[in-house]
Design a protein around this ligand. Structure first.
Ligand SMILES: [Zn+2]
Length: 1041
């Protein structure tokens, strides 16, 4: 039963048993998962609500971490360590000096402890410490078992403290003595052998718990008898004897290692004992001691640390449950939080029906009780008295039985140990002092009558009193647990592996309570203060970096409003000031900062959200509500803010908001000249409109002369030639509503371009000049829907082919082929003269893409003329009519046909040409000449004019009678008179038609005497004869008057 044998056994058997199971680690606290996104710049996280520091796992060091935390929470150990000053240990800064004596291990342990106690970080690093052990690789770290490590660490410490006042530190705290005795039955001689220990290793296999194992080791005796006799030195012979072991000296701190790991010799494999193995919170060691006559308090020990192994025997993970003896951590908070949550839920319901809430009602009753706890029955009675109704009647149906209900709210109600009485928990009633507190940690130990029973409950109430704050320290993670949680570690894959007890007599000074700085030397306090200051600074920097947003302030003084948007009057850079501000600050803070930046600002300052749009900077909502945070108003990093007076910029009123967003529209027009025939056939320009502009206004601005506007429905991609005409009803809509957005294209067509557009379908068929087709519109039946077809053609295509194709594509009656013609349609919709069937497109002088009308009537042959004619020269009074005549027809024949067509009769008509100002011009006086001879062309307009033309060869000559009373008186001047009269006669219109000229008065008395018709071949003598004849008639007539 010698411990050394067991130790040896354990060591050789389990030398490298405890490698970490990394598959487990990777998704747990030991893991390296967090290293996936290393952010060196970011300071370590601060402690969480427990206010205790964890220790980082550095790759399989969780057992080390568990042990270090245990030592830290052994206040007597850490204080003894802290008491060693630099005069004994040296200082770490000197460690590189060759002749300096620096005891690195205790110094590193001191520093680590100081960090764990004071440095505001979630987890400390042990790298420096393990370096001081000489462990340079994970391999070296992982090859240790926690029990082994305990010894290695103690041994290393002891070695490094040799020659200092701390040389006996380990011994003082952990050294115990076991005495092994063999008593000879014959001579009663006692053979004794003493053994030192720093920890006890106890069996797990086949034992129910710690007490039973101790009983087996230190109470039961072993007998040498029969064939197994003992050789007594005194008797010098084999004798019967009894063998026993006792604890001769108890250390202040008793460390117990459980032999969870065993070797199955049959299967030849290691295994982990997972059976239930209990251990008490308090243990009385008197039965196991050699001397038993001292006061009970000398034998009482209290559990304060449980190192737990989770996993199998080939690997796993360690963590530790530790009692925070000095109450350094914040253990209440978790329950406090639960309570706050509960209270909130309670308040919520209380608001609705405070009277009805059973929780509120019961709390009310209990808080009024003078005695801290009352029997549950009595509580029911008091409820009936107060509310006039019993629990069962009012609440049972909804909330269940009263006792059950109380049990279901352990945060509020506390039962007495026998569960017959109930009271409010401390937090719910400050005056309430638990009865159980007195029996807590300081409760007198139960007399140990050695009845080891695994089911036996410890005398102390679990989980009930102050000073019993347990935490689960799991590498970086620290969380409060209930004392009762320790029972979970009695058995299973995750179970207790090492137990640490402290002598109950060891009392802590009141100054130490809740004071992590207690007994820490000044130099370490200073070091930690400085480190914390540095951490705070880094966190503040990091914090503001994380919360800082950059805002771009655009100053109105550097902007001007033109072309629908704001533009910087200088360069963009000069008008913008960048400001970094914490997003948690308020708008008021921002305004203050802006005021400070712009010292010379006068008057109102309005901050508006701005956005750079393609058209320029546009303003949106005004930032309002100075008490709101920037985060709250949704101000994002990189936001643009315009600083102005809220009304105008540079004297121009600025309209803000989404309704006034400026839109850049790409305006295309057909190019007038298409040089080279390829490439771009349009010009392009950008125009800015407010999105609230009416489309009609936009049209008037872009196409003032009544052109039409098309949008590209396929979006800004102008390659897709999918154009659509805006409908008339669109004109009242806004630019936004018709879907015109930034960089949308519109195409403006002037009136002469519109033959490119099929208006009925609204499609632009093409907008280039290299079109190879003509459009044909059906004009045959007016009542029909006007239909268009596109007929492919080249300049050599003959008109008749186009017409036949059009009839086919328009799906018209084939008979129409014999009675139709194609007539070009002018820009203003007039049907022009039909094109001869045998003309090519080129001969007909048709532009590609132009519009032709398919009309009733035969097209004139190439020997025929298509003519328009009207009656009289007033076009408005007489409709224009059309006629086809042979070009060889005479003027007379043509006149007759026209008269026939217009329903006129008689021979008092003649034909004239239409002159350039649409008036009757030159008369076609040669009645028998052919139209071709007179150069009458296709499409000419002739005018039927009233009046007869003189017979062929006759001229109609007007005769003017000149009478002058002075003629005889001034005979010498006759020549002058004739000359003057000749000039006047020249001024008179003498036309072949011989119209009666108006009589006009001059200073010479001229009198129209009628006209003489005379053959063109007649001589001047003949004319004179006629003249004299008239003259005589006139004289006589005058005389008779
Ligand atoms: Zn003997």
């Amino acid at each position: 039963m010698g411990l050394s044998v067991k130790d040896c056994f354990a060591f050789t058997m389990f030398g490298d048993l405890f490698e970490e199971d990394f598959s487990f680690i990777s998704n747990n606290h030991c893991g390296k998962g967090k290293k996936l996104k290393p952010r060196d710049s970011e300071p370590p996280a601060p402690r969480d609500f427990t206010n205790l520091s964890g220790i980082k796992n550095q790759g399989g060091t969780c057992y080390l971490n568990s042990l270090l935390q245990t030592l830290l929470f052994t206040p007597e150990f850490r204080e003894a360590l802290f008491s060693l000053g630099p005069e004994e240990l040296g200082i770490l800064d000197d460690s590189s000096k060759p002749d300096a004596k620096v005891r690195i291990i205790p110094l590193q342990l001191q520093r680590l402890f100081a960090q764990l106690l004071l440095l505001d970080q979630q987890a400390a690093s042990t790298t420096d410490l393990t370096d001081s052990f000489g462990w340079n690789s994970n391999e070296e770290m992982r090859q240790h078992d926690v029990q082994e490590l305990n010894r290695i660490l103690f041994s290393a410490l002891e070695t490094s403290l040799v020659g200092t006042s701390g040389h006996d530190l380990i011994n003082r705290l952990y050294h115990g003595i076991v005495v092994n005795q063999i008593v000879c039955k014959e001579c009663k001689n006692i053979s004794e052998r003493q053994e030192d220990f720093l920890d006890l290793t106890v069996a797990v296999k086949g034992v129910a718990g710690l007490e039973e194992a101790m009983w087996n080791m230190y109470v039961e005796e072993e007998y040498f008898e029969n064939d197994n006799l003992y050789r007594c030195g005194a008797c010098d012979k084999l004798v019967e004897a009894s063998k026993s072991a006792k604890l001769r000296k108890l250390p202040p701190f008793l460390t117990i290692s459980l032999l969870r790991f065993n070797f199955d010799f049959e299967k030849c494999e290691r295994y982990k004992e997972t059976s239930c193995y209990t251990f008490p919170i308090q243990i009385n060691l008197r039965p196991f001691c050699e001397q038993t006559e001292m006061d009970d308090s000398e034998y009482m020990y209290e559990l304060f640390s449980v190192i737990i192994h989770k996993g199998g025997c080939y690997g796993g993970h360690y963590h530790v449950y530790i009692r925070d003896v000095d109450e350094l951590g914040n253990w209440q908070l978790q329950e406090e939080e639960d309570r706050l949550i509960e209270d909130k839920a309670l308040r919520d319901t209380e608001n609705a029906k405070e009277e009805e809430n059973p929780l509120a009602v019961l709390k009310g009753i209990l808080s009024e009780e003078e005695s801290k706890q009352i029997p549950v029955d009595q509580l029911g009675q008091k409820l009936l008295e107060k509310k006039g109704v019993s629990w069962n009647k009012k609440y049972r149906k909804e909330y269940g039985a009263l006792r059950k209900y109380l049990q279901n709210h352990p945060q509020i109600f506390q039962f007495s140990p026998d569960e017959n009485k109930v009271g409010l928990k401390e937090k719910h009633k400050l005056l309430f002092q638990s009865d159980s507190q007195g029996q807590g940690c300081q409760s007198p130990p139960q007399k140990n009558d050695v009845q080891w029973n695994s089911e036996k409950k410890p005398t102390r109430l679990w989980d009930s009193s102050a000073g019993c704050h347990w935490f689960d320290l799991n590498d970086s993670k620290v969380q409060p647990i209930k004392e009762k949680d320790i029972e979970k570690q009695f058995q299973g894959k995750e179970s207790a592996y090492m137990l640490f007890y402290r002598k109950s007599q060891l009392k802590r000074p009141p100054e130490a309570r809740g004071n992590p700085r207690y007994q820490i030397p000044e130099r370490l306090l200073n070091e930690m203060n400085a480190a914390n200051t540095e951490l705070q600074k880094k966190r503040a920097e990091c914090d503001s970096a994380n919360h800082g947003i950059d805002l771009h302030l655009h100053l109105s003084s550097c902007y001007e409003f033109n072309n629908g948007a704001l533009h910087p009057s200088l360069t963009w850079k000069e008008g913008v000031v960048d400001l970094t501000i914490d997003r948690r600050k308020t708008l008021g803070d921002l305004r203050q900062s802006v005021f400070q930046m712009l010292e010379s600002w006068e008057g109102d300052m309005i901050l508006s959200i701005a956005k750079p749009l393609p058209a320029g900077l546009h303003l949106y909502e005004i930032l309002d509500g100075d008490e709101l945070t920037l985060d709250g108003i949704g101000l994002a990093d990189g936001a643009d803010i315009f600083v102005w007076n809220g009304k105008e910029v540079g004297g121009t009123k600025v309209m803000a908001g989404p309704d006034h967003e400026p839109v850049v529209i790409n305006v295309l027009r057909l190019a007038e000249y298409n040089e080279g025939g390829k490439g771009q056939h349009f010009t392009e320009s950008q125009h800015v409109f407010s999105c609230s502009t009416k489309l009609g206004d936009l049209c008037r601005a872009l196409a003032p002369s009544g052109g039409i506007i098309l949008k590209n429905v396929s979006g800004p991609d102008k390659e897709a030639k999918n154009w659509e005409v805006f409908l008339e009803e669109d004109m009242k809509e806004t630019v936004k509503n018709v879907g015109l957005m930034d960089r949308c294209s519109v195409l403006i067509l002037d009136s002469h371009d519109q033959s490119f557009v099929d208006v009925s379908s609204g499609n632009l068929t093409a907008f280039t000049y290299d079109i190879s087709w003509l459009q044909v519109k059906n004009f045959c039946r007016t009542e029909d829907e006007e239909k268009y077809v596109k007929i492919t053609a080249t300049v050599e295509t003959v008109m008749s082919d186009i017409r036949m194709k059009a009839i086919q594509e328009l799906q018209l009656d084939k008979e129409l082929a014999n009675d139709t013609c194609l007539r070009p349609v002018s820009g203003n919709g007039k049907l022009l003269s039909p094109v001869p069937e045998d003309y090519t497109v080129k001969e007909a002088e048709l532009k590609m893409g132009s519009l032709l009308g398919l009309c009733r009537g035969k097209a004139p042959a190439s020997t025929q003329l298509f003519l328009y004619f009207i009656v009289g020269s007033d076009q408005n009074a007489s409709p224009e009519m059309e006629i086809v005549v042979e070009e060889t027809a005479s003027v007379k024949e043509c006149l007759n046909l026209m008269l026939e067509k217009s329903g006129l009769s008689g021979d008092n008509w003649h034909l004239r040409r239409m002159d350039w100002c649409y008036e009757a011009g030159e008369a076609l006086s040669q009645e028998n000449a052919t139209l071709k001879e007179l150069n009458v062309c296709r499409g000419d307009t002739l005018v039927i004019t009233e009046g007869k033309l003189p017979p062929k060869g006759f001229l109609k000559i007007p005769i003017w009678w000149f009478k002058s009373s002075n003629l005889m008186k001034h005979g010498g001047n006759a020549r002058d008179l004739v000359n003057g009269m000749t000039c006047k006669m020249d001024a008179l219109q003498v036309s072949p038609g011989g119209d009666s000229p108006e009589y006009f008065h001059t200073d010479m008395d001229l009198c129209y005497a009628g006209s003489i018709e005379i053959a063109g071949e007649a001589s001047l003598e003949d004319l004179k004869m006629q003249y004299v004849l008239i003259w005589h008639l006139l004289i006589c007539h005058v005389q008779w008057l």
